[in-house]
Design a protein. Structure first.
Length: 366
C-alpha cells in the first residue's frame, strides 16, 4: 500500500501547490468561461488538476524505481504511452485552442504506443463475430485504438461536476486493483493503486468545494490509464472475462455512445458539439434545483454542483459491483450489462420528460 499512500500525498500536495500558485498562471490555466452549456461553476477556477495527477503518477513510478521493483520499467513505459493524450489535453487547458479531433488523435497515438511498447492489444471480447475478426491482427489493433480513444474521451465527457469523473475513475481503478490482485498480476495491481492514490489526492480538493478542476489533461490521462490497464489485465490473464472491463466502464462508455446517438440522430448536430442535456446535467437541473431557490449566491451554486455527483456515483456502482463479483463469468456480466443499459435509458427518458421517479427527488426542509 506504500504506492497508494505515497501517490495520494503527492497528488494532494501537488494539487495544492497548483491552486496556491494560480495567481501566477491563472490567466492561462483558469476556466474563465462561466456561461457555456456545460459550465456550472460560479467563479474562475484552475482547470489543470491533471498536472497534479500526473505528478503523483510519476512519483509512483519513481518509488517503484527506488525500490528496484520489477514493475518499474513497465510503469515508465505506461507513462510514456500516456504522454500524447496528456499533453494534448493539458495544452487545451492552457490555450483553449486544441480541437476535440486533435485530442482524439493524440489519444489514438497513445493507444498505438501502448500496442507497440506494452503489447496492450484486445485479443478477445466474447462477442460473436468480433472474436472471429479479431484474429486478423490489423483489426485487433484498430479495435484497440478505437476502444482506448473512446474511453479516454468518455471520461472527459462525464467530467462535468465536482468529483464526478474523479470518483468514478477511483472506484473503477480500485476494482481493477482487486481483480489484478486476485489473479496475481503485480504490474496492473501496482499501476492501479498508483492511479487510485493520485486521483484521490486530486479529489480532496475538487469535491465538494470545486477548488480545482481535472481539465482535459487530467480526464484524458485518467481515461487512457483506465482503458490501458483494463486491456492489459484481460490480455495478460486468460481467467479474466473480457466482459469485465466493458461492464466496469459501462457508465462513461454508454454515456458517450448515447450522447453520440442523441446528437447525430435526434438533434441532427455534430457528435462533437457541446450540449447541456447529458444525464448528469439533467439531474443537476431537474433534481437538485431545490437547493438553489431563486438566487445565484455562490455558495449555494457550488453546493448544487456537488450534490449532483453522488447520483451518478450510484449509477456507476450499478455496473462496478457486479463486475467485481463476477469478473470471470462472461455470461453473468453480459446480463448485468444489459440491465445497466435498460436502467440508464429508462432513467434518462423519465428525467428528460419531467417524470423523475419520486424516490430520486429530495424536498427542501427548513
Amino acid at each position: 500500500m506504500i504506492y497508494f499512500a505515497s501517490c495520494f500525498l503527492v497528488g494532494l500536495l501537488a494539487t495544492l501547490l497548483i491552486m496556491r500558485s494560480s495567481m501566477r498562471h491563472g490567466h492561462l490555466s483558469a476556466d474563465h468561461d462561466l456561461s457555456g452549456p456545460q459550465k456550472f461553476h460560479a467563479r474562475v477556477v484552475p482547470r489543470v488538476g491533471g498536472a497534479g495527477v500526473m505528478a503523483a503518477v510519476l512519483a509512483g513510478a519513481g518509488i517503484a524505481q527506488w525500490r528496484d521493483s520489477a514493475v518499474a520499467p513497465w510503469l515508465w513505459l505506461l507513462i510514456l504511452c500516456s504522454l500524447p493524450a496528456f499533453i494534448a489535453g493539458i495544452t487545451e487547458d492552457l490555450t483553449k485552442n486544441v480541437s476535440p479531433r486533435r485530442r482524439l488523435l493524440a489519444a489514438a497515438v497513445s493507444s498505438a504506443l501502448g500496442i507497440w511498447l506494452l503489447d496492450a492489444v484486445i485479443g478477445r471480447t466474447d462477442i460473436l463475430g468480433i472474436d472471429t475478426a479479431i484474429r486478423w491482427l490489423p483489426f485487433a489493433w484498430l479495435l484497440t485504438v478505437f476502444v482506448v480513444t473512446g474511453v479516454s474521451n468518455a471520461i472527459n465527457i462525464i467530467d462535468g461536476f465536482n468529483g464526478l469523473a474523479s470518483m468514478c475513475v477511483l472506484m473503477m481503478v480500485l476494482a481493477l486493483a482487486y481483480v489484478s490482485f486476485q489473479v496475481g498480476d503485480t504490474f496492473v495491481f501496482t499501476a492501479a493503486l498508483i492511479t487510485a492514490g493520485a486521483v484521490l489526492g486530486f479529489f480532496i480538493w475538487n469535491f465538494p468545494a470545486g477548488l480545482i478542476f481535472l481539465g482535459d489533461g487530467g480526464a484524458y490521462l485518467l481515461g487512457f490509464l483506465l482503458a490501458e490497464l483494463s486491456i492489459l489485465l484481460v490480455h495478460r490473464n486468460p481467467g479474466v472475462s473480457p466482459m469485465f472491463p466493458l461492464l466496469l466502464c459501462a457508465y462513461p462508455v454508454f454515456e458517450t455512445i448515447f450522447t453520440m446517438y442523441r446528437r447525430k440522430f435526434v438533434r441532427g448536430v455534430a457528435t462533437g458539439a457541446p450540449d447541456g442535456i447529458h444525464l448528469h446535467t439533467l439531474i443537476h437541473r431537474r433534481l437538485i434545483r431545490w437547493t438553489l431557490e431563486n438566487n445565484l449566491e455562490r455558495r449555494r451554486l457550488t453546493r448544487r454542483n456537488s450534490m449532483t455527483s453522488p447520483y451518478l456515483w450510484l449509477l456507476c456502482l450499478l455496473s462496478i459491483i457486479p463486475s467485481v463479483l463476477w469478473w470471470n463469468s462472461s455470461a453473468i456480466l453480459a446480463w448485468f450489462l444489459l440491465v445497466f443499459v435498460v436502467v440508464y435509458v429508462w432513467l434518462y427518458s423519465r428525467i428528460v420528460r419531467f417524470k423523475t421517479p419520486r424516490w430520486m427527488v429530495f424536498r427542501r426542509t427548513r
